[in-house]
Design a protein around this ligand. Sequence first.
Ligand SMILES: [Zn+2]
Length: 499
Amino acid sequence: MITLFDSNKRQKLCFEPISPKQVRIYVCGPTVYDDAHLGHARSSIAFDLWRRLFLFLDFKVIFAKNFTDIDDKIIKKSLQNGISVEEVSERYIELYLNDMHALGILRPDLEPKATSNLPQMHEMIEQLLQKGYAYKGENNDVYLSIAKDKAYGSLSQRTTHEQNQSRITNANDKQEESDFALWKGYKGEDDIAYDSPFGKGRPGWHIECSAMIEKHLAYDMREKQDFAIDIHAGGADLLFPHHENEASQTRCATGRELAKYWLHNGFVNINGEKMSKSLGNSFFIKDALKVYDGEILRNYLLGVHYRLALNFNEEDLLQSKKRLDKIYRLKKRIMAERIIDSMPQAKALDSSELAQQLESLHTLKTHTKNAQDSFIKPLLEALSDDYNISKALSIIEEMLSLSNDYLDKNPKDKAYKLAISGNLACIEYLLGLGGKDPTLYFQLGLTEQEKQDIESKLQLRTEAKKQKNYALADSIRDDLKAQGIEIMDTPQGSTWEKI
Ligand SMILES: [Zn+2]
């Protein structure tokens, strides 16, 4: 049984899919006008974890995340830089995908873009006009009248902006302040416009998600389901007005609710403040990746329950890295003892192709069959309980420590090592951690040139040892140690790690 905290009902519910063993998930993606920040990383990781859990439990998962590629901020950026709106959005989509790849996020099955789905938006707006939920304002604007939707506010428990922070700038023709734009009429030179049945203009932000869900993800209307999809997810800041408005549009246009469950992830705070561009404390993923490998960041960001706020702090990040080190330490130990052939390789995170990623997960799944019941059962139980990550991580820590103790006493137990490799495959599948070659993991943060220099020094040392020049061999070891490099002598030869 899976339970999850539904923002709509404001309680933990037992997950019952609309269609057996299927789950359709939609996550609101980024507005592509700037680099992605740690808030995007957190949200992406949170729902990547849920997706992996459903996949592990053999659900047929369809996972969609959109790109908002029409927006005031994109237009502003294009004007500032003298490049087209398409160039701005294409550039930031590519950068976003690179960041997600570095964080080990599986590519969504569907990545709809607003500009590619205008006819669906027109259709939904037409329906809303015909049914009387929407009205035309001046200058080709179209608004949704929230007074006509009796259930408006049921998701977020809010109906109005407390500080009137509407995204709508030209709102003089609205009947009510809280009505929101479905279509924004062309404002002139510095605007961008597409043809529509309502005149030249561009869609409002909210309509794209409702329309794209109907087109790409929703259950067929003929199936007469009460909900379009199983799970709608996003950052807690999207609950109002974005998700409330999406829910309203779909309800009014189609007569069914948008999602059976609504999941929201917590903020990332820096120095205790809500991370927000307007506060000027933005922390881009690309900057974090200059210092830390994506997997180290992932490991840190997933360590706090997805619904809670995470106070970004480098000391905590380094502390959490010890857990990842332990995972790789055990993997290295098993590989050194020639269980290597049965260990999956880290193809999934090195490829941007969804098909290859899923293929890799499939291979990993066969390895997970070797896992110990005493490990995987409580782990799945913890994760199935609204993704109780603290409990899951303590189960992992315990397994790592028990395994090391056992291997100290029984270094030749091959069946045990195979079971441990199964446990590690479960961690890689479910959490996206531990997929690298451990030798490479312990050398992270060095350039290829630095690695080559270390290898040359290691060779010199091996030569010196052969010639019984132990003084030279020792001085090379000391030199490397001073650079933070530790040499390990094994029966297969010398290796090294960055300490
Ligand atoms: Zn959305």
